[in-house]
Each structure stands twice: as structure tokens, then as C-alpha cells.
Ligand binder design. Structure first.
Ligand code: GLY
Length: 307
């Protein structure tokens, strides 16, 4: 029997304890990641995930999320979902109930209602205040595409060194050795309406395969979407690399994909034996690790990769 193990991005600290509890009670890795991520989605002080997340340019909170089951290699995702607090649970339902992998926007909302989820307002007063303040600087974006891009570029230039970039990653391995991974986000604040990042894209921001391991990303989704970063880590594991080498190689691959909106990326990963590692282009970033025998998670430095 394996010891239950959970790793998360830094902002997963609010859910990792509940996630471990699920494993201690004999629950599955899938149950564990969904439970942990739901706690983050309900954390109103996290303005990058779930309720309280920063809205798009029009003031609408649009959420993306995905789950992958490393035992079956099944996956589910939602993108551009409005008015539901727990996109991670709806992504799981897509995986379990439909012959599809992803639903977007109105179709995802219709499905959520049919599955018994209740719509609610996601824009909190605090997130709205931040959004309005940002609009003062970037509201020019509402005046046309040139202004939008100019402001986005200015905003992005500060991101590569940011310690916490939002979006939450959870990867768990349960007592049976099954691995599951989940990612949830409100995406880039003030994003262009309808913009979808890497979080709901299987292979880009999320991937799990019991036979080799799992990886999940935070950062500039447009980069990991182009490079298929989460899948790359697992493929490098499949080719025989160590976890440290596989993660480092997937980060280094991104150097070929630089663009004028910034090269910032973070990966958390776990191999089939429960080794863990995490990487970032930024200084002094961390991730969280907890196994069943630990009373509290440990915050561990990520390996910094030089751009
Ligand atoms: N990595 C999250 C996003 O780009 O939306």
C-alpha cells in the first residue's frame, strides 16, 4: 500500500489539509484533488481562482478548470464558465458523465445546471474594486485593440518576476498508487473576453498518467499551450529521464517560445514513485508537499530555471 501524497502550487495551502484527509480516509486521488481545489475556489482572498477571481475586460468572471485521472487516462474540462463557484467539480462531471472532454461557456453552464450545480454571482466586492482600479490604468483597452495590446504588454512586463501568479495546481497519489491532477483558474485578469488559457487544456496545463507521473502548470498559459508543457514532462519521464531532468527540460523547451508578452512559467510534478519537484523562471517561488504521515504541509523551494 502506498502512502497518500498531495502536492500543490503555493496557493493550494488552503486546501492541502482537506485533500490529505480524503486520502487518509481511504479516498481516491481524484476525490483528493477535487476536495483541495474546491477549498481554493472558495477562498475569496485568492483573486486568481474561483469565486473572488478577477474578471475579464468586461467585468465578467470566466473560469477554466480540468481534471485528469492517471489510472484511466480520462479527462474533463470546462472553459469560459460564468456563474459557477466550482468549475473543478463540473470538469469532473464532464469526464464522468459525457463522451466529451471539454465544454465551454453556455454549454458548460447548461450542463452544470443539469448536474445540479447552482449558479451564483462570482464577482466579489473586493475583486470588483481591484478590477475597477486596474481599469483606470488599463481601461484604455476598452477603447480598441491597439490600446488593449499596449496595456497588456505593459502589464505583462512585470509578471516574469512575480512570486505568485495565481491559478491552482493539485496532484495527488492515493493508497492504491493512482495519480490524479487538477487545475483551476479565473485566468488572466482583465483578459480579452473568451480568452482561454492552458488550465483546461489537457497536455498544456495538466496531465497525469499512473505509469509515469503527472505535471501541472501556472503562468503564461499561451506558452504551455504552444509547447504542450505538462504532457512534455510526462513524455520525458516515459523516455526514461529522472523527474528533475524531465521538468527542467520541459522548462528549457519554453525558451524557444519567447514572445513579447513575457516568458513566465511554473510547473509542479510528481513521478509514479511519488518523487516530487517544481520549477519556475521566477526567483524564490515555492510549492507545497504533504503526505499522510505529516501533520502539516511543507513549503519547498522550486528550482529556478534561468531564461
Ligand atoms: N496559466 C493560467 C492561464 O494562463 O490562464
Amino acid at each position: 500500500m502506498y502512502t497518500g501524497l498531495v502536492i500543490t502550487s503555493a496557493n493550494g495551502d488552503v486546501g492541502i489539509g482537506e485533500s490529505i484527509k480524503v486520502l487518509k480516509n481511504g479516498g481516491t486521488a481524484l476525490d483528493a484533488i477535487v476536495t483541495g481545489i474546491r477549498a481554493v475556489e472558495s477562498n475569496l482572498s485568492d483573486h486568481s481562482v474561483g469565486r473572488g477571481g478577477l474578471p475579464n475586460l468586461l467585468g465578467q468572471v470566466e473560469l477554466d478548470a480540468s481534471v485528469m485521472d492517471g489510472q484511466t487516462l480520462n479527462a474533463g474540462a470546462v472553459a469560459g464558465l460564468k456563474n459557477f463557484e466550482h468549475p473543478i467539480s463540473i470538469a469532473r462531471k464532464v469526464m464522468e458523465e459525457l463522451p466529451h472532454v471539454m465544454l465551454v461557456d453556455r454549454g458548460a453552464a447548461k450542463f452544470a445546471k443539469e448536474m445540479g450545480f447552482h449558479p451564483r454571482n462570482l464577482l466579489t466586492a473586493a475583486a470588483k474594486k481591484k478590477w475597477v482600479e486596474g481599469l483606470d490604468e488599463r481601461g484604455e483597452g476598452l477603447k480598441g485593440m491597439d490600446k488593449y495590446l499596449e496595456n497588456l504588454r505593459k502589464y505583462s512586463s512585470n509578471l516574469p518576476t512575480a512570486r505568485h501568479l495565481g491559478t491552482v495546481n493539485f496532484i495527488a497519489r492515493d493508497r492504491k498508487g493512482n495519480i490524479a491532477s487538477g487545475v483551476s483558474t479565473s485566468g488572466l485578469g482583465w483578459k480579452y473576453p473568451g480568452r482561454v488559457g492552458d488550465s483546461p487544456i489537457i497536455g498544456a496545463g495538466n496531465f497525469a498518467d499512473n505509469r509515469y507521473g503527472s505535471a501541472a502548470c501556472t503562468g503564461r498559459g499561451e506558452l504551455s499551450m504552444r509547447a504542450c508543457t505538462a504532457r512534455s514532462v510526462v513524455l520525458y519521464l516515459q523516455s526514461g529521464m529522472t523527474l528533475m531532468d524531465a521538468g527542467q527540460k520541459a522548462m528549457e523547451d519554453l525558451k524557444d517560445y519567447q514572445d513579447s508578452f513575457g516568458t513566465y512559467m511554473n510547473i509542479v510534478c510528481m513521478d509514479k514513485d511519488g518523487e516530487t519537484a517544481a520549477f519556475s523562471f521566477a526567483e524564490s517561488t515555492t510549492y507545497n508537499v504533504q503526505n499522510e504521515e505529516m501533520d502539516r504541509y511543507e513549503e519547498i523551494p522550486r528550482k529556478k530555471i534561468n531564461i
